[in-house]
Design a protein around this ligand. Structure first.
Ligand SMILES: Nc1nc(=O)c2c([nH]1)NC[C@@H]1CN(c3ccc(C(=O)N[C@@H](CCC(=O)O)C(=O)O)cc3)C=[N+]21
Length: 294
């Protein structure tokens, strides 16, 4: 039976380290969160980000634009935050309301303040192997893998299922930077189950509920499940839903050595890594030494 990787606990550890690091800095890092519109899920995420930022001893500024804000208004706000010397990190909460161009808006964020690691500059630096701000969810996956395998992941076979800009591609690059042997699988991959069985670390990130079955998993492998899917749960009552990952947990936990649950796995790591990036951005930008132990 696989051991559960407690993402909530690992995320709390990362946030505690961030909090300790913040105390050693000559000033207080500031994260600006930009929310456009009234999407209830986004409002919950933003509230959690603001609370956890403050708990880690950092300042957070919350900017809320109406759902009918224009592209120019969003970009003008980002430009203002770019020019505000108090602001170290800018988080533009995604998705934006329909009609707004997400990629163009992200590209307005000054690379030095890109705590989501989503600008072309940040992506380019990751590909080139230069230091920089890394995407949060993929960073969380690497930290979770290290939490059970130790800091040295070199030589591990990693299979990432999914090639999205947000998770799959950057996750593959981050594991490559850890000297893993990385394969990116996707919808055209042949014999996906057999490929997955070669993985020491399996990272499904496609958004298909319970797609990965137990017989896709190498005995003893580490399964880092990025999927967060809401599905109907009639067993809980009429109209009820529940969250499941991209892996069939009950099936995979019989084979894997370690497995992340959903919820309580990768999700909490995303926010913890955002806080970590805010410290890193503040240090780079203000010329402070990066605290050790981050
Ligand atoms: N610019 C931007 N950056 C993001 O990083 C970003 C974003 N926009 N938009 C939305 C997505 C989603 N996201 C999550 C963060 C935490 C959990 C999380 O902690 N989930 C809990 C459970 C949540 C629940 O119960 O609904 C868990 O998995 O245990 C999930 C999802 C960050 N996102």
């Amino acid at each position: 039976m696989a051991e559960r990787i407690d993402g909530k606990q690992v995320a709390a550890d990362v946030r505690a380290k961030v909090g300790e690091a913040v105390k050693t800095l000559p000033g207080q890092p500031t994260l600006a969160v930009v929310l456009v519109g009234e999407d209830p899920a986004s409002q919950v995420y933003v509230r959690n980000k603001v609370r956890q930022t403050e708990e880690a001893g950092m300042r957070s500024l919350h900017h809320h634009l109406p759902v009918d804000a224009s592209q120019d208004e969003v970009e003008a706000l980002i430009s203002r935050l770019n020019g505000d010397d108090e602001v170290d990190g800018i988080l533009l909460q995604l998705p934006l309301p329909k009609g707004l161009d997400e990629q163009r808006a992200i590209e307005c964020i000054a690379p030095a303040k890109d705590v989501d690691g989503l600008t072309e500059a940040s992506a380019g630096r990751l590909v080139l192997g230069k230091d920089g701000l890394r995407p949060c969810t993929p960073t969380g996956c690497v930290i979770l893998a290290k939490s059970v395998l130790g800091d040295d992941l070199s030589g591990k076979n990693v299979v990432v299922i999914g090639r999205s800009i947000l998770v799959g591609k950057p996750a593959a690059l981050l594991f490559l930077a850890e000297n893993c042997t990385v394969t990116i699988a996707h919808s055209r991959t042949k014999d996906l189950a057999a490929l997955c069985r070669t993985a020491d670390i399996l990272v499904p990130a496609v958004g298909r509920p319970e797609m990965v079955k137990g017989d896709w998993v190498k005995p003893g492998a580490v399964l880092i499940d990025v999927g967060i899917n809401r599905i109907d749960a009639p067993e809980k009552g009429e109209g009820k839903t529940r969250l499941v990952g991209d892996a069939d947990f009950g099936d995979c936990e019989k084979v894997a050595g370690h497995i992340t649950p959903v919820p309580g796995g990768v999700g909490p790591m995303t926010i913890a890594c955002l806080l970590r990036n805010t410290v890193i951005a503040a240090c780079y930008r203000r010329g402070w030494a990066l605290p050790s132990g981050l």
